[in-house]
Ligand binder design. Structure first.
Ligand code: FRU
Length: 602
């Protein structure tokens, strides 16, 4: 016994000697994670040395933790930096850092401001695989979402050689905004997407904010005929415009060596949309600058000349203007075409927070003139339709728009973790005239029809007071489309509630006295994550006797299209079970519902 105690004291002395004799405390993870060593250097500074070649370092993330800076070091040089919410108290999920491509090199990470006691030190691992499996109940099925991590604006959408490219604002190192990269996905049909590797990663000029792509058929930039050229904002202390080009149809991008190509003293100077203006034979760049849009022109995509600004005294100004687009669209029923300036604004939307407004008018390659400066026009009247832009180079002269289905008021707090946020369905844009005023129509793109399973046709019925359908769809998993025609007789309110067995519901109604369509999600399911989420959104309607509705439901989103997109309303919802019942009601009179069909969407 005495001998043992003596031995124990000797071991303790040895350990103390060893610890004291080293410059820093070496905490070897050998027992748990043999292939790396973690060294704590005091005051929250640490180094992770990778001792064995594996594909990923899996970092444990806790969303409530503060962001800390990680530097990835290869042979003493920093190859990339990222901010990660490393887990201090508990692990919410893991994010992978790709270690491939550094065979035979010395690989380490330096990390600042994480206590030695944080749980991340025991939880991080090296692995040859990362499980990006979908375990989120709210993840939409037929709307695009990132495989994991955070997504906001759609970026650089371009069509080339039968492929629709979708790039997007992406944080691969967490499910909240940060570390902006351009993520990438491709599709042949706009509805089924294939994930591709990250296209553009941050560099010394900054993180990679929103922008656009063009196909340079005539090699005006000199990178090669048919190059896909990306324009984006490099964001650091200042926002400047940069370009990158792809000579392999969007698979990989090389950054232009002389970036940035356009600078300013303005703080909010971003989101370049570039397109070819056929009438003048020039390239045009539209930029969001504070609360205005600026137009620049160029012959070679590299040197840009300021042309004009648009915005003062026009439309809504409740917040900063972002993500512009400028497209020329046909006016239905006429031979006319008009220019539409898409202008995303945050905050200041019609129901609070982010939204997409637009202006209709003329553009001569230099100046945009709004033909009705007195009216503010909104493209979608829901709360979750933002950063809308269109595909460049789309076939058949189509102008296909896509929005981010969220709102900056609560985007970082919606109840998902492993990924956060999806896009809207694609919408074909055109113009129509109502009461002498020209408006944008957003019709669900025809490719959405290919998602339909067999129709569940409902009997036509009349609603005097109420009419209930107890089962919308057999085995309803929350991904469906409803289509119906409503003929009003003399009702003042035409409405229906979509609900589930938990009593969670969404109330959708036309108030024909007030001439508006409304969607009430105040009792739609989980709503408490933000005071701005429980809301009723309203859209003005013409109040015709016949109304045709298409409603897309996809787990956590509802998009309503009235009369082929003359009115559009997009709202997130988080029900704990699919809404599989519908209850129609009438006030002040009656109406009839016919051609009511429900489709499961794959
Ligand atoms: C719009 C926006 C853009 C910016 C990007 C950054 O949602 O703020 O203006 O480029 O997000 O992620």
């Amino acid at each position: 016994m005495k001998y043992l105690r003596k031995e124990w004291r000797r071991i303790k002395q040895l350990v103390a000697l060893f610890v004291g004799g080293t410059m820093f405390m070496v905490f070897s993870c050998q027992a748990i994670n043999p292939p790396f060593v973690i060294q704590h250097l005091g005051e929250g500074q640490s180094i992770i040395r990778i001792e064995e070649q594996k594909k990923f370092l899996l970092l444990p993330v806790e969303e409530a933790s503060p962001e800390v800076r990680l530097r990835m070091i290869v042979d003493n040089g920093v190859v990339c930096e990222m901010n990660v919410r490393l887990a201090i108290n508990k692990v919410d999920y893991f994010v992978p850092v790709d270690l491939s491509g550094f065979d035979g090199k010395s690989l380490s990470f330096s990390i600042q401001s994480i206590p030695d006691t944080a749980v991340c030190w025991n939880e991080m691992k090296l692995s040859d695989s990362f499980d990006a499996g979908n375990r989120e109940e709210f993840r939409p099925l037929y709307h695009f979402t990132p495989q994991y991590g955070w997504m906001n604006d759609p970026n650089g959408m371009v069509y080339k050689d039968g492929v629709y490219h979708l790039f997007y604002q992406y944080n691969p190192y967490g499910s909240v905004w940060g570390n902006m990269h351009w993520g990438h996905a491709t599709s042949a049909d706009l509805v089924s997407w294939e994930h591709q590797p990250v296209a553009i990663a941050p560099d010394a000029l900054g993180t990679i904010f929103s922008g656009s792509c063009v196909v340079d058929e005539d090699n005006t930039a000199g990178f090669g005929a048919g190059a896909i050229i990306a324009f984006y904002t490099s964001a650091s202390d200042r926002q400047v415009q940069s370009m990158a080009y792809s000579l392999d149809n969007g698979k990989t991008f090389r950054k232009y060596a002389r970036n940035p190509i356009l600078t300013s003293t303005q703080r909010d100077f971003r989101d370049p949309k570039v397109f070819r203006h056929e009438a003048t034979g020039k390239w045009i760049m539209v930029l969001a600058v504070g609360q205005e849009m600026q137009f620049y022109s160029s012959a070679n995509l590299k040197d840009w000349t300021y042309e004009s600004s648009f915005g003062e005294g026009q439309g809504a100004h409740g917040g900063v203007w972002e993500c512009p687009d400028l497209v020329e669209l046909p006016v239905e029923g006429t031979e006319l075409k008009k220019w539409v300036l898409i202008c995303n604004i945050n905050p200041g939307g019609p129901s609070g927070g982010s939204a997409t407004q637009y202006f209709v008018g003329t553009f001569d390659g230099k100046t945009f003139v709004n033909e009705s400066p007195q009216t503010t026009k909104w493209m979608d009247w829901g709360k979750d339709h933002y950063a809308t832009v269109t595909w460049s180079n789309a076939p058949e002269g189509r102008h296909i728009a896509l929005a981010w289905m969220s709102n900056w008021q609560y985007a970082n707090n919606v109840p998902t973790m492993q990924y956060r946020s999806g896009n809207s369905v694609p919408r074909d844009l055109s113009l129509y005239v109502s009461d002498g005023e020209v408006y944008l129509k957003s019709s669900p793109s025809r490719e959405l029809l290919t998602l339909r399973g067999k129709a569940e046709k409902k009997r036509s019925f009349k609603v005097d007071r109420a009419y209930n359908i107890d089962k919308l769809l057999a085995g309803n998993t929350g991904t469906y489309e409803m289509e119906m025609t409503i003929r009003n007789r003399n009702a003042e309110v035409i409405g229906f509630q979509l609900f589930n067995s938990k009593g969670e519901k969404v109330d959708i109604y036309y108030n024909l006295v007030e001439k508006r369509l409304a969607m009430d999600r105040t009792k739609s399911g989980i709503v408490s994550f933000s005071p701005d989420f429980p809301a009723v959104t309203f859209a003005p309607v013409e109040g015709n006797t016949e109304m045709r509705l298409r409603i897309f439901v996809d787990k956590s989103g509802i998009e309503i299209f009235g009369d082929d997109g003359r009115v559009a309303m997009t709202n997130l919802v988080f029900p704990s079970e699919a809404y599989n019942r519908i209850s129609f009601y009438a006030k002040g009179g009656s109406y009839a519902v016919s051609d009511f069909e429900v489709y499961r969407l794959r």
